[in-house]
Design a protein around this ligand. Sequence first.
Ligand code: GDP
Length: 304
Amino acid sequence: ETLDKGLEKSKTSFFSKLTKAVAGKSKVDDEVLDNLEEILVSSDVGVNTTLKIITRIEKRVSEDKFLGTEELNRILHEEIAGLLSETNSGEATEFVIPINTKPYVLMVVGVNGVGKTTTIGKLAFQFKKAGYKVVLGAADTFRAAAIDQLQIWADRVGVPIVRQNMGSDPASVAFDTLQSAVAHNADIVIIDTAGRLHNKVNLMNELTKVKRVMQKVVADAPHDVLLVIDGSTGQNAFEQAKQFTAATEVTSLAVTKLDGTAKGGVVIGISDQFKIPVKYIGVGEGIEDLQVFNKYEFVDSFFK
Ligand code: GDP
């Protein structure tokens, strides 16, 4: 069964689709470009970024007069790496935070179900493993389950959590968390926030208030606003990025569930379109299944 799954995935991978699209062809022509466009869109790269890539390839075709299909692979690889480089440094491989920022305040946003709580738990685990003192803040007070889930992760990792009852003011929880972090000399604070999108104005007001109140304790908090998106949901992920970037200043992305999809093009499209770096990728449900995003590895995996 595992083998079947693996085959199923490879059958639909970007690279295998590409190989199929150029089979029997020696040069890149309009038909190949049309197929390529379709493959990029179906890999969740997104329409805008797809058109950008296609336009660049067209330009190379017209400059070189003849572009062989065997070269297409290399050129695409270059173009995609180039796009990712505009936003992602790709240098980091470890879970580190800047020195001289203590406590470092990480505010995590995203809709329910994308893997926000899991990502916070995994991050807490990695940061703790790296030697940092971590505190979690359960500022998603809208759902009792959200607070309980975060508590489970806190216990599992062995880090303290600051929480209040369901329905209490998220900003108040964030405030308490930062105060506790300062009092206990913590290095990193990770604040969970509510993920309701049905009311954009509420979302914006809530996140703005959480930020403002946190700044009473740590003047330049938050140092990072991490948006968690589900990499297997394609257009939904783009829509969520649009909504959250409109509601608050998002400074980095975590793309989850990349283990369950042969697509992953969301990573390319979203970081290009929103000019936000991808910092972490989720590759499973386990505590260790979070990686620091490495653009070189990512591009290579896209072409395998
Ligand atoms: P939240 O509502 O956004 O806090 O979502 P949760 O953290 O509760 O996660 C929702 C579901 O997605 C859970 O079943 C998680 O185990 C699962 N999940 C989270 N991240 C990943 C990932 O990277 N890969 C896979 N396969 N599942 C994930």
